[in-house]
Design a protein around this ligand. Sequence first.
Ligand code: ARG
Length: 457
Amino acid sequence: MWGGRFAAGPDEVMAAINVSIGFDRRMAKQDIEGSLAHVRMLEARGMISAADSSAIQEGLSRIASEIRDGAFPFRDAFEDIHMNVEARLAELIGQAAGRLHTARSRNDQVATDFRLWLRDMIDATVPEVKALIAALVDKAEAHAADVMPGFTHMQSAQPVTFGHHCLAYAEMLGRDLGRLADARKRLNESPLGAAALAGTSFPIDRQQTAAALGFDQPMRNSLDAVSARDFAIEYLSAAAILSMHLSRLAEEIVVWSTPQFGFVRLSDGFSTGSSIMPQKRNPDAAELVRGKTGRVFGALIGLLTVMKGLSMTYAKDMQEDKELVFGAADTLSLCLAAMTGMVADMTIDAQRMRAAAASGFATATDLADWLVRTLKVPFREAHHITGRIVKAAEAKGVELTDLPLAEMQKVEPRITDAVFGILTVEASVASRTSFGGTAPDNVKREAAAWRTRLQSL
Ligand code: ARG
């Protein structure tokens, strides 16, 4: 491509460090789309003849089908996808191919391709996230009234419903969808026509190419257009947060599926055995979702680091952007599929969860609230009274539901047997009807709301 200036070819090591076709071939489709939009614009603006334009367009469509059929010769000698396509075009149509690169540079070309690729990737990720939300909503609906211990500090705190717990993740993932949509919106501007960095003296129409490629508008500054990678960083940030959410859920599944907890059982399809211990059912998929989070975080920090020292405008460092983003996107897609499969297939042991929820004086807060409501005791004092009642139950080795009324009355004589109506875990969760609370009725309502929301997202 630069044979006019150079007498010798690149050193072998130079070629090895420079070559990117091994990974940027993933942008072949977008590269051709970008070239088609560009050549049509060149023709419309009178910069190339109709004959050359149709030869180029036909050649590009042939290349597109070669790529689809796996027949395209990807060659290291042509360094990257842009030059591979152009070189192949020259083989197919001859000299006219050389006119395609008028008023364009690989700098605006790669930025265009990468934005198009990432836009496609985000569009493919959204339904994957929605599938996971749908699996969680299914579980929430099926277990809207099944009680589990709610934890703070990993200590039993108050009873909650399993459905409510599932919908907490639906909320997180809903915000992740919002972040992906934001990233998509901001990346959807066209760098094409910025040329190498300064714009061009040719009478191009950047509005036309932007519109043809589905971009909202051309980027307003040519220097920014070729050197900005914040769109990719923004995507990786959203991907990192989403991965963090998947990792938290994965951690819970690991804990819940231990024999000690026994809250959930992963399906055979999402469990692995041990080569030495026949009793084991290991949650490998959950552990890998948790573990692979490191790759996505790494990609975010990696690209931030690549970009942080680069002055305007393009530098070859930026070629490092693609593997990081491709890797993170592939990882995310696999993790979403694995998590959706695990959630959809897992079975819940409602009895074990309830038993765990009912132990450890989980309804102590309900007792304190009852004292406030019924006896008009200030909350701080109610807390104190309840603490003494819990202590009495602990001394007897019983739960609050099994502590005789007389024992409670030793602490607070005005307590009546009406108190037993609020001490069960079912009564506890049913009473949490405040907006956003865990009551089964709330969970059913929120699950239904999610079904509607999923349709509009
Ligand atoms: N393969 C290059 C990349 O991914 C394309 C842009 C090359 N531009 C240049 N001025 N060398 O960044």
